[in-house]
Write a protein that binds this ligand. Structure first.
Ligand SMILES: *Cc1c(COP(=O)(O)O)cnc(C)c1O
Length: 458
């Protein structure tokens, strides 16, 4: 055996700083706006987030040190391996070299612990005793429960969307195993939850309702020792995920590759995509020729079909107005299996990157994704999360294009998570029960009516 499949870094080679894209954007970011339409002040966010994370949220520093206490926990699985997809390449007969960064090796099975550990650490430093959050399919709730367990002395309370709570018991069990509390949302514990239950006792719940409950539970703690935590979208979350791309850069260099030609990530709120791609956007801004592709489902076409607007991050309009591509906060997603990609908006930093031409966007259908997931599992061995199959489908498209063009391109994609908790989706696909669904243009226009009179970002 002469060929090297996996490229590892020593623990001592794990990056010591995160990369912040904000100061390098060709055009400055639009600020988040408060209810009065004026830019938000850090003080206004203080009941919701600890001040040390708010400072990161608004930071214009290019490089931000990763505290030793966070690095000590990250080495439980980091640096994550960079893997050459030889078997997939052979199956496709492509001259392209395909590499993937395996974030599925984390304890919770996805990239989400990268920011969960950092957020829990900063909250603990600030004297916070309890974190609240929401979770849809359960990926984020399990990541934050894991992180709180590693730090100790900080409780984790997760509001899980009712329908997933009932249908996906294993994620809930993971949270409980790590000592987190997981309750179905809407719950009777918050005013927001009680209001909904009174009107709709049988509601399946939604991410928007769960966010409202988690924020309420944080800001109403009479001792002021509880804060709220969000798993994607915000600037500090993008920042914490850049360790993925920074490691990948070092690993490609070890493999003798100066730069990838194409970098790909799937996009829900934008964090794993930002993680793999922002360090390469830095090179792109400095003149390198790198194609960066964000991939999303046709059923939730935020980057490919939505306008760049100011919109709320949640249905109940509790969050500030964020400058982002948005399908409208009242968007109701189709029940596709990539639960983590069903979000109406996109991270303001990723939105700014698209606006500024640093990346392009692609949409794919669910069936193409599962087909890619099956081919990947049969060739590379690992069963990918349904979200991750979007990145794989795009990598396969690009590898086929490279074959047609006869070009030996280097393709790098982020393997955001494994799919061992998502086998029901694969089962349905293999039983022929899945339909492709394209979100209709008329519905987008309908949802966007809610944004009438909102300020416009530049
Ligand atoms: C949550 C999740 C995503 C989508 O979230 P982003 O913030 O866009 O990264 C993608 N893949 C997996 C495995 C996830 O758990």
């Amino acid at each position: 055996m002469t060929r090297q499949k996996k490229i590892y870094l020593e623990e001592s080679e794990m990056p010591k700083q995160w990369y912040n894209l904000a100061p390098d954007l060709p055009n400055p970011m639009n600020p988040p706006l408060g209810p009065d339409g004026k830019p938000l002040t850090p003080e206004m966010l203080a009941p919701v987030f600890p001040m040390n994370l708010i400072e990161q949220e608004v930071s214009q520093e290019r490089w931000i040190d990763i505290p030793e206490g966070i690095r000590e926990i990250l080495v439980q699985w980091r640096p994550s391996p960079l893997i050459r997809a030889y078997e997939l390449e052979e199956a496709l007969g492509t001259p392209a070299k395909i590499y993937y960064k395996n974030e599925g090796v984390s304890p919770a099975g996805s990239h989400k612990p990268n920011t969960a550990v950092a957020q829990a650490w900063y909250n603990k430093q600030f004297g916070i005793k309890k974190l609240t959050t929401e979770t849809g399919a359960g990926q984020w709730g399990s990541a934050l429960s894991y992180a709180c367990a590693q730090l100790g002395g900080i409780e984790c309370k997760v509001f899980m969307v009712r329908v997933s709570f009932d249908q996906k018991p294993f994620r809930k069990m993971m949270m409980q195993t790590w000592g987190g509390t997981c309750i179905a949302s809407p719950s009777t514990e918050t005013q927001a939850g009680r209001n909904i239950l009174e009107k709709y006792p049988d509601t399946p719940g939604s991410l928007g309702i769960a966010i409202s409950e988690a924020i309420e539970a944080a800001v109403t703690d009479p001792k002021g020792e509880t804060r709220y935590s969000l798993g994607s979208v915000l600037n500090h979350v993008m920042l914490h995920q850049t360790i993925i791309g920074l490691e990948a850069k070092k690993q490609l260099a070890k493999a003798g590759i100066k730069k990838p030609d194409i970098v790909i990530g799937c996009c829900g709120g934008g964090s794993n995509f930002a993680g793999i791609s922002f360090p390469f956007m830095y090179d792109k801004i400095h003149g390198e020729d790198i194609q960066v592709i964000g991939v999303e489902p046709y059923s939730c076409p935020t980057l490919t079909k939505a306008p760049f607007v100011y919109d709320h991050g949640d249905v109940a309009k509790m969050t500030p107005l964020l400058p982002m591509y948005s399908l409208g906060h009242s968007f109701i997603p189709a029940p596709i299996h990539a639960g983590g990609l069903r979000y109406h908006g996109m991270a303001p930093l990723v939105s700014a990157a698209l606006r500024d031409g640093l990346m392009e966007a692609q949409a794919v259908h669910q069936s193409e994704c599962f087909e890619a997931g099956l081919l990947f599992a049969k060739t590379e061995g690992i069963i990918p999360a349904p979200e991750t199959t979007h990145a794989i489908a795009s990598a396969i498209r690009e590898a086929k294009k490279a074959k047609e063009e006869g070009k030996e391109k280097v393709i790098l994609f982020n393997f955001s998570g494994h799919g061992l908790m998502d086998l029901v989706g694969y089962d349905k696909y293999m039983s022929g029960l899945l339909n492709d669904y394209e979100y209709p243009e008329s519905e987008i226009q309908n949802n966007l009516k809610d944004l009438k009179g909102y300020p416009q970002p530049k």
